[in-house]
Design a protein around this ligand. Sequence first.
Ligand SMILES: *[C@@H]1O[C@H](CO)[C@@H](O)[C@H](O)[C@H]1NC(C)=O
Ligand SMILES: *[C@@H]1O[C@H](CO)[C@@H](O)[C@H](O)[C@H]1NC(C)=O
Length: 171
Amino acid sequence: MERIILVLVLCCLEFTNAGKVLWVKDVIADIEMAVVAEQIAMNAMCNMIEKNEENIRELTDKIDNLKAHAHVEPSYTGHVVCVEENDLSKPDSDGKRTKMVNISFDKAYSAPPKVLASLHRLEIPKISHYSFEVSVKTITKEGFTIVCATRSNETIVELASVSWLSIPSAY
Ligand SMILES: *[C@@H]1O[C@H](CO)[C@@H](O)[C@H](O)[C@H]1NC(C)=O
Ligand SMILES: *[C@@H]1O[C@H](CO)[C@@H](O)[C@H](O)[C@H]1NC(C)=O
C-alpha cells in the first residue's frame, strides 16, 4: 500500500503546479484514511474468521466426544473358577450335576449382550468319568450365569475355570 501511495504522490507532483500541492495532500490524507479503514475492516474480518475456526474446533471436539460415548458400548472379558474340589450339586433325576457362577458386568448394557463362555482349565483325575460342559444362561443387561455341568455321577472335577466375553447385541 505504501508503495502505491508514493508512486501516486510523485505522479501528482510532476503534473501539478504549486497551487495544487495542497489538493494533493488532501488526496493523500484521504487515501491514508481509506487504507487505515481497510486495515481495521480486515482485522475485524480476521478476528471473525479466527473466532469461527475456534467455534468449529469446539463443535468438532463435542461431536467426537458424543460419538465416543453415544452408541458404542464396551465389551467385557472375565475369567472365573467355576468348579473347585468337585463342588457340583447332587445329581438330578438325569444324573446331571451342576455348579453355577453369577457374573455382573462392570456397567449395565442398554440391552442384554451376547455372551460367550468357554473352558479355560480343567483338572479331572484319571480314574474319573470324563464328562463336562460349560454354558451360559439368564443373560440380562446386568449380568449372566455360567453353568458348569457334568452328565455323569462318576465324574470328579478337581478344578474347572472359565473365560467369558460379552459384546453389545448390536454387533
Ligand atoms: C445367581 O443369580 C440367580 C438369578 O439369576 C439367583 O437366583 C441366585 O441366587 C444367584 N446366586 C448367587 C450366588 O448370587
Ligand atoms: C452313579 O449312579 C449309578 C446308577 O444311577 C449308581 O449305580 C452309582 O453307584 C452311582 N455312582 C456314584 C459315585 O454315586
